[in-house]
Design a protein around this ligand. Structure first.
Ligand code: TXA
Ligand code: MG
Length: 337
């Protein structure tokens, strides 16, 4: 009997040329699932107006149904289809940061199925800057709902190969657009209240938002309130298989502790993976590089069958806030020295 053991398990691996994008757009229009590159991470897309297709996203990822999806658009007109109103601030930020890694939480219009927003009265909207993502949305002619294209809880994928590691056989196709430039997800900014509030730090920094708006931009915290400002906040995310210990504090002290811990675990026969060589810069001027490689490094620790992962923290400013947020969520334990 002939065996057909394909690692793709029926998922199409498409080059991102025009015919492939047309094919991917047809799949989306027909209610299928296509993973596609964005400048942040790969997204897992379905037509945002098709509840059955959106439901397939949740089951392919194993995603809790109370965690809403971001709707991706290719033009401003689509924003008016998915949002019931667009505040002045949103216009300004779209002008300044779109296309790019900024998702705006706005009041939701009735055109967006409940499932996309997990029943919330709001919707997160973003216009990605990756040319393949924009072309796919344009060709499909519909806004595309897309979470990151990983199995729920795993590090987000920054290449088509990482997508297939998690989702081969569970989705119809992946458009291969190479590796993602930014490497961490978009900033999610809530504009539905009187103040602009960051629900998830990401590719656009708080400093950039504050200076563009000329007013303070707040960072949401889940401490002391029973309902998280964003459902995504309550889940453990980005976790590699081995426990990750994150060490923060002044560089010389945190490095000393990393050495001690590495020796300790090695003596106990555990394979230690150190995420410190590339986090080893002095002035954090390399933070863009760190961000670009962060998720791939976490996945690499899995491939190397790490017994424990030791990660060195970096300064929580600029893009470093998003990096530390992801490391913090991936961590089994955080030690401050
Ligand atoms: O860069 C990105 O944002 C990537 C690419 C594919 O665009 N997408 C992404 O989606 O990271 P996802 O689903 O992995 O994360 C979306 C986050 C979640 O934490 C979710 O809770 C939050 O955004 N979110 C979505 N809609 C929301 C809403 N209406 N209100 C509050 N939070 C929302
Ligand atoms: Mg995600």
């Amino acid at each position: 009997m002939e065996k057909t053991l394909s690692p793709l398990k029926g998922t199409l691996w498409l080059r991102s040329d025009f015919p492939a994008i047309r094919k991917a757009a047809e799949i989306i229009r027909a209610g299928g699932l296509v993973a596609f590159p964005t400048e942040t991470v790969y997204g897992l897309g379905a037509s945002a107006s098709d509840p059955a297709a959106v439901a397939r996203i949740f089951s392919a990822k194993g995603r809790p149904s109370d965690n809403p999806l971001i709707v991706h658009v290719s033009d401003r007109e689509q924003v008016y289809r998915v949002a019931s109103s667009v505040p002045e601030r949103a216009h300004f930020l779209m002008e300044r940061f779109w296309p790019g890694p900024l998702s705006l939480v706005l009041p939701r219009s009735s055109a967006v199925p409940d499932l996309v927003s997990a029943g919330l009265p709001t919707v997160a909207v973003r216009m990605p800057s990756h040319p393949v993502a924009l072309e796919l949305i344009r060709t499909a002619g519909v806004p595309i709902a897309a979470p990151s294209a990983n199995r729920s809880g795993r590090p987000s994928p920054t290449s088509a190969r990482c997508v297939l590691e998690d989702l081969a056989g569970r989705i119809d196709a992946v458009l291969d657009g190479g590796t993602c430039r930014i490497g961490v997800e978009s900033t999610v900014l809530d504009l539905t209240g009187p103040r602009a509030v960051i629900l998830r730090p990401g590719g656009i920094t708080r400093e950039a938002l504050t200076s563009a708006l000329g007013e303070p931009v707040f960072q949401a915290s889940w401490k002391g309130v029973s309902i998280p400002p964003s459902p995504g906040m309550k889940y453990r995310h980005y976790a590699p298989r081995a426990p990750l210990i994150l060490v923060t504090g002044p560089p010389s002290r945190r490095r000393r502790l990393l050495h001690i811990l590495a020796n300790f675990y090695e003596r106990r026969g555990l394979k230690v993976c150190l995420l410190a060589d590339f986090l080893n810069q002095q002035g954090d001027d390399d933070v863009e590089n760190i961000s670009r490689h962060l998720f791939r490094s976490l996945r690499r620790c899995d491939a190397l069958k790490a017994g424990v992962i030791l990660a060195e923290g970096i300064a929580s400013r600029g893009l470093g806030v998003a990096v530390m947020n992801r490391l913090g969520k991936a961590a089994f334990r955080v030690i401050r020295v």
